[in-house]
Design a protein around this ligand. Structure first.
Ligand code: L3W
Ligand code: SF4
Length: 442
């Protein structure tokens, strides 16, 4: 039986209520943390666990916590990034709506560990019903003495605020999120300083993803070593994967890191294979921001070994033959998917969501979208493919926040692996613009 850290009780009827959650072991981590552990001891366990940020960057959570500045008399904040907007990623949404107390419990133990007395959950603005679910759960936890003043008689106070997001993808970038939380337009800040030094209201702040914070209760209850024993290498623990596209069983799955990609896509326990009668063509493994891989590279490493669902294995080979685990947004394509159309669609998204502060991103995303549009619609020029590669290169690494790279990588990788498909659109515009037309290599 696969280890379940976050989803063990997710389908228990009534688990969204305090009483049912409590009956299934809920809030024991708060009791243990506040009654028997110092904040530093919790930070130590999270470090030992080796859990890496589940929002996309995979930065070690314990290390981020230990960077938190602690100037005398200055408040510290914990902010949960629940602005999940990455195309292909819907696991935080699932967790919050199904088992809201898991996040709230994680927020309490994490806030205690970081010395925060006011913490925020910044939720994607479109998810109003989830905001209501969280607010109801917070009210229940407060009524039972797990939030508010002097929690469980420990002397520790915590106020938990749910903030609806601004409705823009860029507000999921941590510094844009903090700007938005302060009531301003969600423009990313230059880093450094990192939020750990100057974050919300210029105070030291930790920003963590929903899934990351939700793991902390298990770590407090079971210890960092037990967490580190799950998974593979530096990819410890479990990961929620949002699986979508041309598979038989789309959904959110909790996997132990290290499962072969092939098993995840084809085994009945998870995606159940490609829809009947079709063939696996390509994979986007970490949400739309990461390089796309053709099926052979998605399943196998250059040395012939199976590619695994881990941070290291997915990025094996760098961007020449690898990709990234990112947020775990698995989008699986079969042979009916047109890579040009999909790349144009992703580009359209990044152009629309660019905040416009830096010119390589503001102008470059617009150019990529325009050039991809004309290729897709039968007006491509011979030089367009190289032009796209050039624009993508000029964006990459030259912007304030990762949205620029996120816009460039899907384009550069689609051309790297599927150049023939772009060329076919340029050479055969009449054929390529037929409804449902896809280049199949013939
Ligand atoms: C203190 C230092 N803190 C780094 C912290 C930093 C941040 C974390 C990671 O982007 C990626 C992006 C998307 N002192 C520090 C330090 N930190 N050095 O560590 O930072 P960074 O810059 O590597 O990443 P990021 O800005 O958090 C996230 C990719 O994830 N992505 C995500 C998409 C969106 C979702 C969603 O909608 N939920 O997941 C997908 O691949 O492209 O590359 O906290 O402060 N010296
Ligand atoms: Fe804004 Fe794009 Fe620059 Fe990020 S990279 S700050 S989204 S213009």
């Amino acid at each position: 039986m696969a280890t379940k850290i976050l989803t063990e009780h997710i389908n228990v009827p009534g688990i969204e209520t305090f009483d049912v959650y409590r009956k299934h072991g809920g809030y024991t981590a708060v009791e243990k943390a506040l009654k028997t552990m110092t904040p530093d001891a919790i930070v130590e366990e999270v470090k030992k666990a080796g859990v890496r940020g589940r929002g996309g960057a995979g930065f070690p959570m314990g290390m981020k916590w230990s960077f938190l500045a602690k100037p005398e008399g200055v408040p510290r904040y914990l902010v949960c990034n629940a602005d999940e907007s990455e195309p292909g990623t819907f696991k935080d949404h699932y967790l919050m709506k199904m088992i809201p107390h898991l996040l709230i419990e994680g927020m309490i133990v994490s806030s205690y560990a970081l010395g925060a007395n006011k913490s925020f959950i910044y939720v994607r603005g479109e998810l109003m019903y989830v905001i209501h679910i969280l607010e109801k759960a917070i009210a229940e936890a407060k009524a039972k003495g797990f939030l508010g003043k002097n929690i469980l008689g420990s002397g520790y106070d915590l106020e938990l605020v749910v903030q609806p997001g601004g409705g823009a993808y860029i507000c999921g970038e941590e510094t844009a999120l903090l700007e938005s939380l302060e009531g301003k337009r969600g423009n990313p800040r230059n880093k450094p300083p990192f939020p750990a030094v100057k974050g919300l209201y210029q105070s030291p702040t930790v920003v963590n993803n929903v899934e990351s914070i939700a793991t902390t209760s298990w770590i407090v209850n079971n210890g960092g070593d037990a967490y580190a024993a799950i998974g593979i290498g530096r990819s410890t623990g479990t990961k929620l994967i949002s699986a979508s596209g041309h598979i038989r069983k789309p959904g959110v799955y909790e996997i132990e890191l290290g499962v072969p990609v092939e098993d995840f896509i084809f085994a009945d326990e998870w995606c159940g294979g490609i829809r009947p009668g079709h063939k696996f063509k390509a994979l986007v493994a970490g949400g739309s921001s990461v390089p796309i891989l053709p099926s052979n590279l998605a399943l196998t490493l250059a040395n012939g070994e199976k590619r695994l669902m881990s941070y290291e294995s997915l990025s094996d080979g760098g961007f020449a033959t690898g990709t990234m685990l990112g947020s775990g947004g698995f989008i699986v394509f079969d042979e009916t998917a047109c890579i040009v159309r999909n790349t144009w669609n992703f580009s359209r998204f990044y152009h629309h969501e660019s905040c416009g502060q830096c010119s390589p991103c503001r102008e470059g995303t617009g150019w990529m979208e325009k050039v991809l549009h004309r290729i897709e619609y039968g007006h491509g020029h011979q030089q367009d493919i190289d032009l796209l590669v050039d624009v993508a290169k000029k964006i990459e690494g030259n912007t304030i926040c990762p949205l620029g790279d996120a816009a460039a990588w899907p384009v550069a990788s689609a051309i790297r692996h599927f150049r023939d498909e772009f060329q076919w659109h340029i050479d055969h515009p009449a054929e390529a613009t037929q409804p449902g037309a896809v280049y199949r290599g013939e």
